[in-house]
Write a protein that binds this ligand. Sequence first.
Ligand code: S3P
Length: 434
Amino acid sequence: MGQAMQLRIRGRAGGLRGTLEVPGDKSVTHRALLLGAMASGTTRLRRPLRSGVTEAMDDCLGPLGVRVEHPGPEETLVHGAAWRNPDAPLDCRGSGTTLRLLLGALAGSEVEATLTGSPRLRRRPMARVTEPLRRMGTQVTGLNGTDQPPLHVRGARLHGISYRMPVASAQVKSAILLAGLHAQGSTRVHEPVPSRDHTERLLRHLGVPLVTENGAVRLEPIDGRLPAFDLAVPGDFSAACFLLAAAVLTPGSEVTIQEVGLNPTRTGLLSAMRSMGARIEVGAAANSGVEPTGEVTAQTSALEGIRVDAHQVVGMIDEIPLLILLATQARGRTSVAGASELRRKESDRLTAMTAELSKMGALIREYGEAVTIEGPTPLRGAEVSAHGDHRVAMALAIAGTIASGETLLSDAQVIQDSYPGFAAALRSLGADLQ
Ligand code: S3P
């Protein structure tokens, strides 16, 4: 995670203006690294995300016999190989995506491995993924008979299942689909609400028979290995949102983000911001063949409170901390229902955002699965903590840019987990932070 770092943010520096790109998408990079590792031949990724959590995936692939190279800052090569038993536990650090997706891929492989991670990752819910994998025939055991990592998994010839997921989770869905790739018979996954579909898009692109019908994904197994591929990774919409929200909240701003991923299963916050009254333009979308991308421009806007229900939360699952911040500046009440998954991320994001933004003067109440925010409340600079969570850290940094006075954000090194260059990007737009 790197050395403890503090960000000092001076608020109300003036309008934010500029055009820029954000780093590659975290979810797409994770999948591309993993599928490239399972493929036969060399996979070439343009502009993948290189951050704490994707390095965790990189570092787990090496001991499985897969070489990952970075010939330049914008290019990664993954030399797919037949996996071998690693000598030591694979450390997924703080990355839930690395652990859950890798577990699914290992379940259907010919190797045996142990997956572990940071103390916090080891406390996150894993039964949601071990349970369906066991139904497929996987032998997976956790610490002292629980489902907590370290998780030991022995790859085997599995059988396809039809599984109704109790929670909408792209990580769980992806783990089951990856396990189903070499299983006997088809694998069906039903989701309560459609979650991000990057795995499905990429598998389909690689020729895997996969269809989405009536809220379910059905995959047929393949013979042999996946083919290697070339992929231009779109800019990370979740990273872009922080800069777009900063523009909406700062008087005199206009910010454009180019080549950003616009997968409709990810862009829930755009719709929410628009319903709040945000002035956001989406330029013509292109399609890399796998994911839609485009240009998004946001301008300073007056916001109104909105209601967000459980179905809408899934499409903005990583943006709720930012939505809470936006709501503090909106007129009236904003309520978010069905947000219990937010308590199971890198931190309890409902508690973290409520505690920290309250120090800055916000009026927020969190209870059970919900949070309500009354606005607008002017924010004042304060000493705040990221709670070890990159998205909380970035939302608080943006809060600092619109607050009066100075904000000191401790634990700011966690931003490296998903958006190295975040502070530099904000500075390039005119924000005052160091
Ligand atoms: C992700 C899915 C989401 C999201 C996470 C990345 C993925 O988690 O919060 O940042 O890449 O599949 P869940 O599947 O647990 O909701």
